[in-house]
Design a protein around this ligand. Structure first.
Ligand SMILES: Cc1cc2nc3c(=O)[nH]c(=O)nc-3n(C[C@H](O)[C@H](O)[C@H](O)COP(=O)(O)O)c2cc1C
Length: 330
């Protein structure tokens, strides 16, 4: 079965990728991910805040910014929460590249254009085959408009595309006023893939202890539906490649994502839960299903259920909402 796909301008033997997570933290796990047959691995993110902390920690920089240091530092997270600093991150890229043959995608996580983005070039020099920029943001400032937020991201992408030779993917959240328009603008900036979607880890209030619980919960397959809808809407309308992240736990989920139009299928929770070897089960399950249903290649299946090819395109749009609400009966 020909499962080959083109994702982020990388030719991959199949679409299954180990998504950004601690799976890239140690080399033994990275080798297990490769042995399980992953087509590529995305490293966990290096955060803008980490790079900024390192910059302001250097003595001569502190002298230059003077009093503003204390104020700036008070907004920053405790450096101890990060597994490794910017220099160690580059060393980790080189170590992973030395340990495995699959493409290694570095990940930057930040929201503002600025000097910290120079780190992307260092990642490329350290051997990264691609860069995923995660623009996770939670803008609670009522003075910041949607346009400002989008423009900041577009500026980051323009900068990265001008500086880098390796492909650049953007990992987005679903919470944009006009996601389709924003995606088109990102495409115009030359982005090589859109990765849908970031998960928002919601804080939970404990009314007894009056505390906020921040426990990270793994995803459930139910989260895939939101991704399927948007991949299906973008597929056929955008030229850039599409990656799905969030809710892929089994072969059936991966098949649905590809039918919606995904070129890359990222998996994290299921691999952390069942072990890296689970990826091979998903790949074998896909082949089994495709053979049983007389597919010859992944390309044949890709986008077959997108907005343009789906027998019921209304299912992805507002009409579906009305039909569901009006059609319900006890
Ligand atoms: C423990 C853990 C660590 C993660 N770290 C990162 C990260 O550093 N950068 C990032 O972009 N996403 C990170 N993610 C999010 C995943 O890449 C992925 O988008 C999310 O888990 C949804 O995919 P899934 O349903 O396959 O888990 C992390 C997820 C988990 C569970």
């Amino acid at each position: 079965m020909d499962l080959s796909t083109r994702y982020m301008n990388l030719r991959l033997p199949h679409p299954l990728i180990a998504g950004a997570s601690p799976l890239a933290e140690d080399l033994d796990t990275v080798r297990r991910v490769e042995d399980a047959g992953a087509a590529a691995i995305v490293m966990n993110s290096l955060f803008e805040e980490q790079i900024f902390i390192e910059q302001i920690m250097t003595h001569d920089h502190i002298d230059r910014i003077g009093d503003s240091f204390a104020e700036a530092a008070s907004y920053l997270p405790d450096p101890a929460i990060f597994m490794r600093g910017p220099d160690q991150y580059l060393e980790q890229i080189a170590a992973i590249k030395g340990a495995v043959d699959i493409p290694v995608i570095a990940s930057l996580n930040g929201t503002t254009p600025g000097g910290w983005l120079r780190h992307a070039l260092l990642m490329e020099e350290a051997g990264a085959d691609g860069l995923e920029l995660n623009v996770y943001d939670l803008t609670s400032d009522p003075e910041t408009s949607a346009q400002e937020i989008e423009e900041r991201t577009l500026e980051m992408v323009r900068h990265l595309k001008a500086e880098l030779r390796i492909p650049v993917a953007i990992k987005l959240s679903p919470f944009y006023t006009s996601l389709a328009h924003f995606a088109r603008e990102l495409e115009r900036c030359g982005v090589d893939a859109l990765v849908l979607f970031n998960r928002f880890y919601q804080p939970e209030i404990d009314p007894d202890s009056l505390s906020v619980d921040r426990t990270l919960q793994f995803s459930t397959p139910g989260e895939l539906a939101l991704r399927l809808r948007w991949i299906a809407i973008f597929s056929g309308r955008l030229q850039t490649s599409l990656g799905v992240t969030g809710g892929v736990h089994g072969a059936n989920d991966a098949i649905k994502a590809v039918m919606a139009g995904a070129h890359g299928v990222q998996i994290v929770s299921a691999l952390l839960k069942f072990g890296a070897e689970h990826l091979d089960k998903i790949r074998c399950g896909m082949i089994e299903w495709m053979e049983a249903n007389e597919y010859e290649s992944l390309t044949q299946m890709q986008g077959s259920m997108n907005l343009e090819h789906c027998p019921d395109p209304e299912a992805y749009e507002r009409a579906n909402y009305m039909r569901m609400l009006q059609g319900w009966s006890a």
